[in-house]
Design a protein around this ligand. Structure first.
Ligand code: NDP
Length: 487
């Protein structure tokens, strides 16, 4: 079918408080995962657009950084309220762009973006400087100033949620920002530009550049005036960014991939564990960096768990995002669906047995070209095989039995990743012992994805460098200066 470009909405960059087309006038197709159809076009920005954004940010920095915390806080609170007022519009846009159930975008993604702005808008009011007295000698006081212009680059799985998680602390601390959402899910970042206008954000403070990672993202990372990069995305991309930014001595915060273990002991609260494990396996189509994709079950309850889990998974409704009964929507893109399917094939080659799912879902028109996949459960794989070591980032989990704490820790810690872990047991001593030894930045005991925005967020090993959240984020987005005064 011939495409009529004129009828497709063209998203625009948001630079210096204005919506503007990309300088090269080149666009990228934006697909709707639920239907597999192109529904809008996004700027294919390059270094010229980034340059323009940097110039705008440079002009805005003296104004923004010299405002009081109170003044910046008020503007950011208005951004948060602006998103809240348009929650339905944002939620529809997020769900359409990403393929996630509308109910999830409405209950989780957009409310969390609202909270991110509100949290950092108010956190900055409580940010105190430190002082260290040296008896008989004098005292030190430490000031923290904004860095200047910073780059924020985010992925497609939780688009506005993660975009705002970076932007809000960067702005609250007094920086000007060049931000790039994923090219796969640009729409809510585009809508955010409209809210900024309404909130009275001065021009040039937050500039939103759309486009590909290799072109627009790379230009942000390489620009010498962008002094810090906060990046969330894949481990390979993170390594590339680190390689580019390190020789320029940029500050770097990298939140990368995961292959999280979900450790279930015989003595857990079975029902609570089972219902939460459904979520930690398949929420957002399994496309959350914190999903537990390797499920380790102690042998005493292995069969009981496997049968109950598979029975529940078989009943999950996979459908289009607007269906209120939908528990799983579409995967984010055709390429991603193919990648996940290739891992399911690999798992079988590696000797895995598919207990549930494993196949795409064919919905009736207009959703017949959408990227739907049944949630997939696999058993019988060695913990060291590729399926159990590489990040799939989709609705695929493996089940592995274990006998002892020592054995499960060895398996849990065997991957290059170390983002999060879930531990299920009623024995608190054991829970603390395992939590202490597991290689992860975030551990949930008898729960999953309970998030307090004040706590440090991030991973170890190939899951990242640095921490986001609370004071950690405000520390990252500021430079400390220690001043000593002789008494
Ligand atoms: P990518 O690494 O492919 O992309 C992330 C962002 O970086 C996108 O905006 C992308 O643009 C951009 N990008 C790509 N290449 C470059 C480059 N060379 N220079 C600058 N920017 C670049 O990740 P995905 O979007 O595929 O997201 C999935 C990954 O994110 C998974 O590995 C997941 O685990 C991880 N993740 C980690 C989280 C954490 O907190 N640790 C949270 C959520 C996800 P474009 O879209 O155009 O490619």
């Amino acid at each position: 079918m011939e495409r009529i470009e004129e009828v497709l909405e063209k998203l625009q960059n948001y630079i210096n408080g204005q919506f503007c087309p990309p300088i090269a006038n080149s666009y990228i197709d934006n697909f709707e995962p639920a239907t597999g159809q192109v529904y809008s076009l996004i700027p294919d920005s390059d270094e010229q657009d980034v340059l323009q954004a940097v110039e705008a940010a440079e002009k805005a920095f003296p104004v923004w950084s010299s405002m009081t915390n109170e003044e910046r806080s008020q503007i950011l609170v208005r951004v948060s309220e602006g998103i809240q007022k348009r929650l339905d519009e944002f939620a529809h846009a997020e769900s359409r762009d990403n393929g996630k159930p509308l109910s999830l975008a409405t209950k989780v993604d957009i409310p969390r973006a609202v909270s991110n702005f509100h949290f950092f808008a108010t956190a900055i009011l409580h940010y105190a400087s430190e002082s260290h007295r040296m008896e008989g000698m004098g005292f030190n006081y430490t000031t923290r100033k904004p860095i200047g212009i910073v780059g924020c680059i985010s992925p497609w799985n939780l688009p506005l949620y993660l975009f705002s998680w970076k932007i809000a602390p960067a702005l609250a601390a007094g920086n000007c920002v060049i931000a790039k959402p994923s090219e796969v899910t640009p729409y809510t970042a585009y809508l955010l530009g409209q809210v900024l206008d309404e909130a009275g954000m001065p021009p040039g403070v937050l500039n939103i550049i759309h486009g590909s990672g290799m072109k627009a993202g790379d230009a942000i990372v390489k620009h010498p005036k962008v002094k810090a990069i906060s990046f969330t995305g894949g481990t390979k991309t993170g390594a590339y960014i680190a390689q580019t930014a390190a020789p320029m001595f940029k500050k770097l915060s990298l939140e990368l991939g995961g292959k999280n273990p979900n450790i279930i002991f015989d003595d857990c609260d079975f029902d609570s564990m089972l219902s939460t494990t459904m979520l930690s396996s398949f929420a957002n189509q399994g496309q959350i960096c914190l999903c537990g994709s390797r499920i380790f079950i102690q042998t005493g309850i292995y069969e009981k768990f496997r049968d109950a889990f598979v029975q529940k998974v078989d009943r999950i409704k996979v459908s289009h995002p607007d269906d209120p009964e939908t528990k799983m929507g579409a995967l984010v893109s055709k390429e991603h669906l193919q990648k996940v399917l290739s891992y399911i094939e690999l798992a079988q080659e590696e000797g895995g047995k598919i207990l549930s799912g494993g196949t795409p879902v064919q919905l009736p028109a207009p959703y017949d070209q959408g990227y739907y996949l049944r949630p997939t459960v696999i058993e019988g794989l060695d913990f060291q095989c590729r399926t159990n070591q590489e990040e799939i980032f989709g609705p695929v989990v493996t089940l592995t039995p274990f006998e002892s704490e020592e054995e499960v820790l060895k398996m849990a810690n065997s991957t290059q990743y170390g983002l999060s872990c879930t531990i299920w047991t009623e024995n608190l001593k054991k829970a603390h012992r395992v939590a202490d030894q597991v290689e992860a930045g975030i551990v949930w005991i008898n729960s999953w994805l309970v998030r307090d925005l004040r706590t440090p967020f991030g991973g170890v090993k190939a899951s990242g460098v640095g921490r986001e959240g609370g004071w950690e984020a405000l520390r990252f987005f500021t430079e400390a200066k220690n001043i000593f005064v002789k008494s």
